[in-house]
Design a protein around this ligand. Sequence first.
Ligand code: P1T
Length: 388
Amino acid sequence: MTRIREHDLDHALGTRAVHAGQEPEPLAGAVTTPIYQTSTYVQEALGRHKGHEYARVSNPTREALERNVAALEGGSHGHAFASGMAAIDAVLSLLSAGDHVVCGENVYGGTHRLMTQVRARLGLTFSFVDTRDLAAVERAIGPSTRMLFVETPTNPMMRLADLEALGTLAAGRHLILVADNTFATPVFQRPLECGADLVVHSTTKYLNGHSDMVGGMVLTRRDDLAEQLAFLQKSVGAVPGPFDCWLALRGTKTLAVRMRQHDHNGRRIAEWLAADPRVQAVFYPGLPSHPQHELACRQMSGFGGMVSFEAGSLERARRIVERTRLFALAESLGGVESLIGHPATMTHAAVPRAMREAMGLTDGVVRLSVGIEDPDDLVADLDRALGD
Ligand code: P1T
């Protein structure tokens, strides 16, 4: 179980990003945490060792990452997993057959697939609701409900859930509130401070930031949940290798500065798209026209680089995603380079069409992961792609 040290929380977020969880390495004084590329650790005598026995259970590089991201989220414990999906699966493994989960209807397609096509077979039950609507969430809670799982902003419709209100609701009903903070990152939103019990991340995205590894994290302030997660981490074994942890740790050092540029570019592109008659609607919480803009300003300190828009039809969407040059047509998000995607056929293809359409995720929705390039170049790229 990786717990942060008191001094990991000493400083502001930008400083924590660079330093938290890491000490100069004692052997040679390397300022960068080494990659402890080992599967096991020598024991001096039976039961006597330096705190590590086997690398599925613990690894110093992994622990540095776990402490670092826990400190960024204002948590006390971090657990790293081999992917965002493995992190979410560990969270669901806290439950038992017969337990019920209330989940946001608009979550990443892979999260919906894991719940409905894997975990449901093993005895969990799920209700998918619009988590913008507190009354709908309350109505979905039944006697066997144990967990409330939300994304905010949601992927890809950029809808928000009121974390403080949900935190109060979850505490009153003894539910575990889980927030997927992949889109906002701890730079702009810290769900644990609003009452969430667990934060999950796909570290593949902004935390790593360079599109060169796959990973996931779970962060918490609760000792009881941290203990269970550590047990699951070693028992199931869906752990990341030390090199991927090292890449993610290198990524988090620049998280605060990268997010500033993602946010700057995201706002610029959202405003530009909103003013363009070729675009039917723009989904971005930083726009005053976003129906939850007021909540966004209260709950988030920035809005980031994820922007979705309605192009009008599958044909229009296809034309746009195939014509951009800087925005690469690809799954994933959160890297320094801009990506463009078509959720209905890519990230959310596993979600039934009727459910997609009910939440406005039509075949015309295009999703942008706005990178940190010069925003003038990004606008010019989109302008050309939207043209006839
Ligand atoms: O890809 P992985 O690291 O396993 O993370 C899954 C995941 C979890 N949560 C959110 C909000 C996500 O967006 C993702 C992965 N999403 C994409 C690959 C995507 O393009 O949306």
